[in-house]
Design a binder for this molecule. Structure first.
Ligand code: FES
Length: 140
C-alpha cells in the first residue's frame, strides 16, 4: 500500500526510511517514532490505513503520541493544552488553522516506511491557532 500521493509533500525527493514494524502499530492506535532525527507520529486508522504526521504539537511541541486518540472519530487531543487534531486528514479542529505536516508513508510487508523529504527544510508546522468558541483548557 502506497500513500505517497497528494498530502502535502509536493514534488520533493524523499528518502524512504524504515520507521516501525506494522505489528507495533495497532489499528486505532498512534505511535511516536524517530525517523532520521525527526519526531514522526504514526497512526493506523480503523480499516488499516497508516498515516504519518509531525510528531510534535504545533502549539508548544509536546509529543502528540502522548495525547488522547479516539479511533472512532479520528480525533487526537494533545495532552498539553487540549488542542484537537483530526488524524484522518491531518488538520486541526480546535483551534482551526494548524495543519500537521504530513509525511509520505508506505507499508511494505510488515514494515512501515516514512518518506523524509530531502529539501533541507524543517518538517514541522508551527501554529498560533485562533480562539474558537468552546476552546477548552489553557492556550497561549
Ligand atoms: S502543546 Fe499541544 S496543545 Fe499545547
Amino acid at each position: 500500500m502506497s500513500e505517497s500521493e497528494g498530502r502535502g509533500v509536493a514534488c520533493v525527493a524523499v528518502r524512504w526510511e524504515d520507521a516501525a514494524d506494522l505489528g507495533e502499530l495497532w489499528e486505532g492506535a498512534v505511535l511516536d517514532v524517530e525517523v532520521a532525527g525527526e519526531h514522526v507520529l504514526l497512526v493506523r486508522l480503523p480499516g488499516g490505513e497508516v498515516r504519518a504526521y509531525q510528531g510534535l504539537c504545533p502549539h508548544q511541541k509536546m509529543l502528540l503520541a502522548d495525547g488522547d486518540f479516539d479511533a472512532d472519530s479520528g480525533v487526537l487531543v494533545c495532552m498539553g493544552h487540549l488542542w484537537e487534531f483530526d488524524l484522518r486528514a491531518g488538520v486541526s479542529i480546535n483551534p482551526a488553522g494548524c495543519p500537521l505536516y504530513t509525511y509520505s508513508v508506505e507499508v511494505a510487508g510488515d514494515r512501515v516506511k516514512v518518506g523524509i523529504p530531502q529539501d533541507g527544510l524543517r518538517h514541522y508546522n508551527r501554529g498560533q491557532g485562533t480562539r474558537t468558541p468552546g476552546m477548552r483548557g489553557r492556550h497561549s
